[in-house]
Design a protein around this ligand. Sequence first.
Ligand code: PLP
Length: 395
Amino acid sequence: MTESKNPGKSTLSIWGGEQEHPLYERSTQVPVVHSVSFTYDDIDTWQDVALEKQPGHIYSRNTNPTVRAFEDKVKELEGAEAATSFASGMAAISNVLGTFLKPGDRIVSIKDSYGGTNKIFNDFLPPLNIDVELCNTTDVDQMETEVRKGCTMLYLETPTNPTIKIVDIKRLSAIAHEVGALVVVDNTFATPINQNPLSLGADIVLHSASKYLGGHADALGGVICGSQKLVKQVYHYREINGATLSPMDAYSFIRGMKTLKLRIDRQNENAMAVARWLEAHPSVEQVNYPGLESHPGHNIAKQQMSGFGGMLSFSVKGGLDAIKIFLPKLKFAHRAANLGCVETVVGPPVTTSHVECSAEERAAAGIPEGMVRYSAGIEDIEDLIADLDQALAHL
Ligand SMILES: *Cc1c(COP(=O)(O)O)cnc(C)c1O
């Protein structure tokens, strides 16, 4: 007897979502359907499609064939029932928060969330009478206490940006469910190749597709996955407020994702090698990478991740002055605010994730002025290390 086995993640990166849809003129690739609307001669069919009794599309702010194929690909990689997409990662986050939070609710999260998310927590939710409790990211006991006080949502992100801290998804999800809270996890840094939060107990997993999913830094978008019921609620909210992903960007993601597994495997390897090399360098003070045994979250990372990811951060001796000398000397790295693409990208939090904070606020957040966020690309590892070596030699 042959058992039916789920396809692996390389296969799903390529074929996921692509066989579900009738393709135009027998094309082998998902076409970019730029049409805003879809035409029906039969009024009954039109009505059935509009009422979701029959598959099909009505208007591209709601659904679109190219966008749907992208959503289905991510859905399969996250092992979810359903997915829906957005114009950016921040749109995915704000639509999830907007769908499920109402005045009087309470949300528990971590201090180290993505800068934009942190801004929503600190500036946008409190005036709506939504209580926000931001815990120390690695203090599981504090998080447990705050969740047990009661909350509508537990919002997590792991590994975090740019501190690369690890949060225990399984343990915290179980506690959140005891108090009836919804668990949302930003999985942008890990990608569905390295971590599947739904299988660890989360209710909704979300991504900035602009990073690893697309992988080429040429398209902006976001996506969420979860149960039919939850995703449908968020879809109806997004359909009306209009933060829709464009078909062209959906196509760029589909194309980029065909190599997702290959890229992530290589980025896992490159980041690990760079982290080990940096750890032994005399000009480097600290290296944050969950694959290193020295990382405080290493054991949890080993349990919940199948690879440690392409993101690391490190601080150099001499602070910001040293960074100003060292970073411009790198030949194989963009100095830019994005991450997760095929090229190596570097940036100090002082110009990227934490540009709006004062030096004191950064220090309180555990971000030294000499910190560098390093997004390992898929270049040859010998070249990346030689490049770091010659650049650090200027210090
Ligand atoms: C970039 C990023 C976002 C925001 O995504 P955009 O596509 O830029 O809106 C959210 N979360 C994390 C972890 C990110 O890195």
